[in-house]
Design a protein around this ligand. Structure first.
Ligand code: CA
Length: 520
């Protein structure tokens, strides 16, 4: 009997050593913490992957690509709205309790969430409660009531803001003296978030998805428009929503879209208790990350880390470079090396990073175009016949063609060790290896370094790492004070422009252009 167990043990040891040597010899130990600080991947289902050849991406397409998502090192996905809606983007909902038929069924959604969870991937969905579609039954019934009775009333009479007013944000209820609030446009009537009936519905909607479909949280659309111009009103409502969400599922992750250009205001929103708010100050062509990369400024990176720590303290940041409303880094970062370097800086930031689908292959806005559909084109999975298994450009379903892309497809980039895709993959892997990248307390060491270099440490529980950035487009030699920084060896490397780290005769680190080194 003893001998039998000894053989089993030997076999088990053999199996584990085989597993370690299976991926090229380098032993990589991941250390993904079971919390909501994730490497999030934002997906526009419409343009991601089509499994039934109608030219429109679907939930089964997302499920089909979960292995890819996991392989890339993403461990959370944010799905843009999936509910029935008259528009291609679906940010105006007509039924919060079902799935748009183009995208699939509730059953497909259940499968997607189950399969994601099996792979350690969390799923959050867009929750759009600032407004509904003007064809939502709540709204059409509320308007019919006014037409019949001359005054708002009935089951949905207080769901919207009906007034007799000339205010620009109000639109006529045809055939009556009343208007309704619609901050974005007439097709998106604003909900009356003071209404107890509306709040009961929001609780039901959150409970439906969090409990019956096991989603892991919500991305809240347009929170600054909840009470337009009333910051405290928005914070108070978010506080209510967050409390109710956590009552339903304590571990739910809530991230809000407060699209403002000030860290002070974004930080104020954290008073609501919601987990995160997108770090708009870091995003887009003029954001802190892209600017520092374009200026080759290590000093700007160091100051960014310091100022984020001072402003936000321990809050879970949600940094990103681009999303479905903005240009993509492939469009606004000049050249592949800069696209990679922006991703490198993003990946070293605290909090849960958000990457918009296609960003990892340097996708651009179609034709350099600033229209919304141009920012939401089909994911380029393969080089040949990009229509196959793919989707068409919304909203008119015009086919996308090769000129809509600047960098190669996923399939091609996967084969190229120096591709943008493989850079993102390495960057996300570093985040999955060192929890302190996303969670550590930052210290900046500017002493003795030139403007191209940034040296920081991050400490989280027992882990302390040193991150060194060479932001210059030329090689730089950096002397690191091992005693102060307290590291033993080089454990992580990111090269935006190729090359390799080496040490000169004095032991100083020679860094290739636009590179990031991690020591532990
Ligand atoms: Ca489809």
């Amino acid at each position: 009997m003893k001998r039998f167990f000894a053989i089993l043990l030997t076999l088990a040891l053999l199996a584990s050593s085989l597993a370690l040597s299976a991926c090229g010899g380098d032993k990589v130990t991941l250390n993904v913490i079971d919390d909501n600080v994730r490497n999030w991947y934002e997906i526009f289902v419409y343009s991601f992957y089509d499994t039934d050849n109608d030219g429109i991406g679907d939930l089964n397409g997302v499920t089909a690509k979960l292995d890819y998502i996991k392989e890339m090192g993403f461990n959370g996905i944010w799905l843009m709205p999936i509910h029935p809606s008259p528009t291609y983007h679906k940010y105006d909902v007509t039924d919060y309790y079902s799935i748009h038929p183009d995208y699939g069924t509730l059953e497909d959604f259940k499968t997607l969430v189950d399969e994601a969870h099996k792979r350690g991937i969390r799923v959050i969905i867009d929750l759009v409660v600032n407004h509904t579609s003007d064809s939502h039954p709540w709204f059409t019934e509320a308007c019919s009531y006014i037409r019949k009775n001359g005054e708002p009333g009935g089951a949905y009479g207080d769901f919207y803001n009906f007034r007799v007013t000339d205010n620009n944000a109000y639109h006529d209820v045809m055939g009556t003296k009343y208007s309704y609030e619609g901050q974005f446009w007439s097709g998106m009537p604003d909900l009356n978030l003071n209404s107890e009936n509306v709040r009961e519905e929001i609780k039901r909607i959150m409970s439906f998805w969090l409990t019956e479909y096991d989603v892991d949280g919500f991305r809240l659309d347009a929170v600054t428009s909840y009470y337009t111009g009333d910051l405290q009103g928005n914070i108070d409502f978010l506080s209510w929503l967050n409390t109710e969400a956590k009552r339903i599922k304590p571990q739910a992750y809530i991230v809000g879209e407060a699209w403002v250009g000030s860290d002070y205001t974004i930080d104020r929103y954290y008073e609501s208790g919601c987990d995160s708010f997108f770090l708009f100050t870091g995003a887009q062509a003029g954001g802190t990350v892209a600017t520092a990369v374009k200026q080759c400024s290590g000093k700007a990176i160091g100051q960014l880390f310091v100022s984020l720590k001072e402003t936000y303290g321990d809050a879970v940041l949600a940094p990103f470079l681009g999303n479905h409303d903005t240009m993509r880094p492939g469009s606004f970062m000049p050249g592949m090396d800069n696209v990679k370097m922006a991703a490198g800086v993003l990946s070293m930031m605290n909090g849960g990073v958000f990457v918009y689908y296609g960003e990892e292959i340097g996708m651009i806005s179609k034709g350099g175009n600033n229209s919304d559909p141009a920012k939401r084109i089909a994911m380029k999975w393969e080089a040949k016949n990009i229509y196959e298994g793919c989707c068409y450009l919304p909203p008119e379903n015009t086919p996308v063609d090769a000129s809509s892309y600047y960098y190669p497809s996923v399939a091609e980039q996967a084969e190229d060790a120096d591709s943008i895709l493989n850079y993102y993959k390495k960057a996300m892997e570093l985040r999955n290896r060192f929890p302190s990248i996303a969670r550590g307390t930052v210290t900046y060491y500017p002493e003795g370094q030139n403007n191209y270099i940034c040296v920081i440490t991050k400490e989280y529980q027992a882990e302390k790492i040193t991150i060194v950035f060479n932001m210059d487009s030329f090689e730089q030699t950096v002397t690191l004070d091992k005693d102060t920084l307290g590291y033993n060896k080089l454990v992580g490397e990111l090269y935006a422009a190729g090359g390799e780290f080496s040490f000169d005769a004095s032991g100083a680190l020679v860094m290739p252009p636009q590179s990031i080194a991690i020591f532990k």
